[in-house]
Design a protein around this ligand. Structure first.
Ligand code: C2E
Ligand code: MG
Ligand code: MG
Ligand code: MG
Length: 282
């Protein structure tokens, strides 16, 4: 059998290897269908201003509503969308849905706050983020100030001329740029300054350290000081407890996002959420 014929050949007969490959190909095929038949929905998670306790922004998080598998979270399919290039149509879909939603809230006279959209590095490489976004904004009569773009720190690492030009063009349009998952990559201070980023979203790995160790607080304080000196706002991701929220307020963090405030919710649950006021004072 394959196993007896030596270590080197083992993986070629490893059933798990084929299972992985088969499930990958299956996901890829399903993803193609999903793009064509519009199986994606956007959930929204609020960000709260620690000064006022009010919701000051929402993050758009895509979900795949598969007819048989149910609601799937992005970690199960985004990387496949990126590798296959399907991320371009998925990205367009996300932008279009967010703009349509903002227009419909405005039409219903709902209170509106800016919505941030996650963009993969591959989308920037194609050079069409600004074009797609501008077209969507115009189509739905939505102001550029109502949309923000989140770029992971890692994707800024391989920054090219194309990427920085597109980021510039987005800012000229009036769209704010946020660095996502800050602290997990290796961006440099000069890069953050040159790209003129508007805010940092600190990765939840740092938030979960708060209240456990002094080091966690020291890191946060350093990041907040640096960000403010560069004119950037600081958002803490993954805030799950009141204790973390209070520490963050004390450390000068501007905004919090996480399960403590709310999980990501479907669009119809957003209006009551926006009216809420989060208490952070002792
Ligand atoms: P992200 O942009 O860093 O989004 C935050 C993730 O953390 C979300 O996961 C959110 O549900 C989760 N989260 C929020 N608060 C908490 C908390 O208090 N505790 C914990 N443990 N988790 C929390 P989600 O929705 O599964 O999204 C995962 C990632 O998928 C996102 O990370 C983002 O990088 C990517 N993504 C989502 N939507 C899109 C999209 O439309 N386009 C692209 N390119 N990527 C997307
Ligand atoms: Mg994000
Ligand atoms: Mg993040
Ligand atoms: Mg700027």
């Amino acid at each position: 059998s394959a196993k007896q014929s030596g270590k080197g050949q083992f993986r070629f007969y490893d059933p798990a290897f084929y299972d992985d490959l088969r499930s990958r190909l299956r996901t890829e095929r399903m993803l193609r269908e999903a793009v064509e038949s519009d199986q994606f929905v956007i959930h929204y998670q609020p960000r709260v201003d620690v000064e006022t306790g009010r919701v000051c922004g929402l993050e758009a998080l895509v979900r795949w509503n598969h007819p048989e598998e149910g609601l799937m979270e992005p970690l199960r399919f985004i990387h496949i969308a990126e590798e296959t290039g399907l991320i371009h149509s998925l990205g367009r879909t996300a932008i279009e849905k967010v703009c349509a939603q903002l227009a419909s809230w405005a039409e219903a006279n709902q209170k509106c706050v800016p919505v941030s959209i996650n963009v993969s590095p591959r989308q920037f490489q194609e050079g069409s983020v600004k074009r797609v976004l501008e077209a969507s904004l115009n189509r739905h009569h939505v102001l550029p100030e109502m949309v923000e773009i989140e770029v992971t720190e890692n994707s800024m690492m391989g920054e090219t001329e194309d990427i920085s030009q597109e980021m510039d063009a987005l800012q000229t349009l009036g769209v704010k740029l946020l660095v996502d998952d800050f602290g997990t990559g290796y961006s440099s201070l000069s890069q953050l300054q040159r790209l003129d980023m508007d805010g940092l979203k600190i990765d939840r790995a740092f938030t979960s350290e708060l209240g456990r160790s002094k080091e966690g607080e020291i890191l946060f304080t350093a990041i907040v000081t640096m960000a403010h000196a560069l004119g950037m706002r600081v958002v803490a991701e993954g805030v799950e407890t009141l204790e973390q929220a209070r520490i963050l307020k004390r450390l000068g963090c501007d905004e919090i996002q996480g399960y403590y405030v709310s999980r990501p919710v479907p669009a119809n649950e957003v209006p009551p959420l926006i009216e809420r006021r989060i208490r952070l004072a002792a």
